[in-house]
Write a protein that binds this ligand. Structure first.
Ligand code: HEM
Length: 501
């Protein structure tokens, strides 16, 4: 029965493809060039390996504005800074929606979040709330003590490992650092004391939410694809992962709704949202609901933890591969901060120069989300003289742009000095360097992310020298990547911390 259904579906799809191709041939648009499409699957067969790298290679042949067809969905890939500026600045308003997929609908509680919601009144209201109430500079500063305390705890753990001269799994240590910070400030949950989630549980949940996002569903690319999703079990497995996440999000919410809960002086993100939900007037058109709160919890989970942890890990990886740069940055850090500090605070970050260039260079070579999050056009626009019709997906390959040899000398080399006399920054105004995106959809957690990355790396560099485990050499440290939307280091970095004082 299921084979018969598949056959019927393929036949129907072939018919639709023929009609679809005839129709698109008859229009007079100047569409971007791209690789040859196959019937039904379009260019899905061209996607081999990690998408940002594969698309970078394809764009070398087909150009910086290239069109592919994923099943029935037209997707334009942008791989130059000029074209990125046209999408993210000139046509930002026409391009700032998000495509709807089965996975993003599920994990965002039917688009009640910020990251995956299509453009519209509801997204604008949620985004405003995030920018003003949840991730504002004032709010981020009010959580400074959490970031500093969690870093102190990491330094303590690493110091113990240093006494035993045992190697540390830095990927895990950094994930725990960032997850502990984010859980405290967003969910009021202390990972070291929590009754219902510990460090391993947190890691598992974060990787599940990442997996949901990467889930391939036939219905995202083919009309009637839900039939195949049912037959192949895709829908079931997606819902299975989601149920685990939803259970955790419900625990967080229930904990906050308990009668008599004591709200701290700096209320966490969930407290703020519950307070707003309770106080909202009945007459406004936008109503904040518990699904909105869960949507934001889900966003923070997906966007807030792996991104920052991965960035610190890449910085350490590159520094370990380049002893000259490691020495230079540690010399600066230790000279400027003095030799005998017992504790680092965020104030210490203000005086550092080369250290900040190291971070900038890490964001250039290893943007955590190399294709940003996909956008969707809301009307027909022109990019670099090509017509891009309404409802086209747009991916900005910021990885390819940050490694474009026309923009960067020896682009694959880790060389913080390249920014010595340069005003190029990564906060969304320079289109050759966009680790946080740009325009209306720019990362609203940017300040928080940068703070976590800077403070984490500074603690690692100030208090410790770093050695390789016995039997390994610098050559064993590789740069292999892994991930779906957020791309991290595939293999962890095992290092031996050597406490200085
Ligand atoms: C180093 C750390 C981080 C990096 C590199 C990063 C990067 C990004 C990128 C590239 C996007 C997509 C932008 C676009 O589509 O143009 C994004 C969106 C987003 N990020 Fe971050 N992020 C980081 C940290 C955080 C943190 C700490 C939070 C919150 C706790 C956060 C919350 C979000 C949200 C909610 C969105 C969706 C925005 C929207 O669609 O309107 N991010 N981030």
């Amino acid at each position: 029965m299921s084979i018969f259904l598949c056959f019927l579906w393929l036949l129907l799809l072939l018919l639709v493809t023929i009609i679809f191709t005839k129709k698109s041939q008859s229009t007079k648009l100047k569409l971007p060039p791209g690789p040859r499409k196959l019937p039904i699957i379009g260019n899905l067969h061209n996607l081999q390996g990690l998408p940002h790298r594969c698309l970078q290679n394809l764009s070398k042949t087909h150009g910086p504005v290239m069109q592919l067809q994923f099943g029935f969905i037209p997707v334009v890939i942008v791989s130059s800074n000029q074209a990125a500026e046209e999408v993210l600045k000139t046509h930002d308003l026409d391009c700032c929606s998000r495509p709807e997929t089965v996975a993003s609908r599920t994990i965002s509680y039917n688009f009640k979040d910020i990251g995956f919601a299509p453009y519209g009144e509801e997204w604008r209201a949620m985004r405003k709330l995030a920018v003003i109430e949840l991730f504002s500079l004032k709010k981020v500063n009010s959580f400074r003590y959490i970031r500093e305390e969690e870093n102190d705890m990491l330094v303590k753990k690493l110091s113990e490992a240093s006494q035993k001269q045992s190697p540390v799994n830095l990927k895990k240590a950094l994930f725990t650092l960032v997850a502990s910070i984010v859980c405290r400030l967003a969910f009021g949950e202390n990972l070291h004391e929590s009754e219902f989630i510990n460090e391993d549980g947190m890691e598992d949940l974060a990787s599940r939410s990442e997996k949901i996002q990467a889930k391939f569903c036939f219905s995202d690319f083919f009309p009637g694809g839900w039939i195949l999703d049912r037959i192949t079990g895709q829908s079931k497995s997606l819902n299975g992962i989601f149920e685990d996440l939803d259970r955790f999000f419900n625990r967080v919410l229930d904990d906050h709704l308990k009668p008599g809960r004591r709200v701290l002086e700096s209320p966490d993100v969930v407290d703020v949202m519950i307070d707003m939900m309770n106080k909202q007037s009945q007459d406004g058109s936008f109503k904040l609901t518990t699904d909105h709160i869960k949507g934001v919890i889900s966003d923070i989970f997906l966007a807030g933890v792996n991104t920052s942890a991965t960035t610190i890990l890449w910085a350490m990886t590159e520094l370990m591969r380049s002893p000259r740069i490691m020495k230079k940055v540690q010399d600066e850090v230790r000279t400027v901060l003095g030799e005998n500090k017992e504790r680092i605070t965020e104030q210490d970050l203000n005086q550092l120069n080369y250290f900040k260039l190291v971070i900038k260079e890490t964001f250039r070579l290893h943007p955590a989300a190399p294709l940003l999050l996909p956008r969707e056009t809301m009307s027909q626009i022109k990019i670099q003289d090509y017509d891009i019709p309404e409802k086209t997906q747009i991916m900005i390959n910021v990885y390819a742009i940050a490694r474009d040899p026309d923009l960067w000398e020896n682009p694959d080399e880790f060389k913080p000095e390249r920014f010595d006399d340069s005003s190029v920054d990564y906060r969304g105004l320079n289109f050759e360097l966009l680790p946080f995106g740009s325009g209306r959809r720019i990362c609203p957690g940017m300040t928080m992310g940068i703070n976590m990355v800077e403070l984490g790396l500074l603690n690692l560099l100030y208090f410790f020298d770093w050695g390789l485990p016995e039997g390994t050499t610098m050559k064993d440290i590789d740069l292999e990547e892994d991930g779906a939307i957020i791309i991290g280091k595939k293999v962890s970095l095992e290092l031996v911390p050597i406490r200085r004082q």
